[in-house]
Design a protein around this ligand. Sequence first.
Ligand SMILES: Nc1ncnc2c1ncn2[C@@H]1O[C@H](COP(=O)(O)OP(=O)(O)O)[C@@H](O)[C@H]1O
Ligand SMILES: [Mg+2]
Length: 284
Amino acid sequence: MNERNNETLQQEYAVPEGIQDGKNGNEPNRERVILQMSNIRKSFGDLHVLKNIDLSVRHGEVVSIIGPSGSGKSTLLRCATFLEKIDYGEIIYLDRKATITSHSGKVFYTGKAEMKEIKKYFGLVFQQFNLFPHHSVLHNIMDAPVEVLKRDKKEVEKEARVLLEKMGLADKADSYPCQLSGGQQQRVAIARALAMKPEILFFDEPTSALDPELTIEVLKIIRKLAEENMTMVIVTHEMSFAAGVSNRVIFMDGGVIVEEGPPDKVFGDPKQERTKQFLKSYKE
Ligand SMILES: Nc1ncnc2c1ncn2[C@@H]1O[C@H](COP(=O)(O)OP(=O)(O)O)[C@@H](O)[C@H]1O
Ligand SMILES: [Mg+2]
């Protein structure tokens, strides 16, 4: 076989970047700051939902965000992913500034073309899977890489099938979302996010809509991604999962980060009274 053929073959069978199996596939590079959010403020009318939040996430880190309902967790993810506009602060992905705040306190978002590039850095998985109901599973996964990234359809399909296999759904490519269980739909949603090869994945209570058995199958997938050093921010109520999978746990309450640290510290030896109370309510 000549060198050229060999190269083509290797490309054909190459596992998409970022989803390799095993430890040596995607070594974490902690020097690399994927996301930096500084002094983030967000209000809805008089309601101050985020009060000067700082969040930075490095390559390969898994950060879990816990906290009572209404504490601003979803709003933080929605601001990070530009579904909500911040009132103040700075959001930077890698070295690209999505927002700056002027001295007078006015926030400016970067231009449309640059924003489009920045949006390629992240994926978001919601509680309600948000799949296209009238598209097959395969179509759901292929849609964004083909339509947004304008990538070659055949290549994208190959990668989509690898992702489905990885999600344990190889036989569901031609099914429609309504034919799948909630857990299967959520795994399709994860595959769809991964198909864009994001630098970072956000999950907003990915298992809240699922029964316990289905929850486990989704958490297993997220755990596997963590083992492969996928950078992730996960809002969750699954405390033992958060304890097991995260490098860092953030406890939010009332729009502020009350406490953060490694899971053994936050869960095992919380310093703040509010954290203790919150964790106690979970044990009861
Ligand atoms: N679009 C909105 N308009 C008005 N209030 C909102 C909106 N989104 C969220 N809120 C309010 O902001 C607070 C924080 O909400 P949220 O970020 O969803 O909290 P969490 O995800 O921690 O439960 C809540 O009081 C919620 O009612
Ligand atoms: Mg929420």
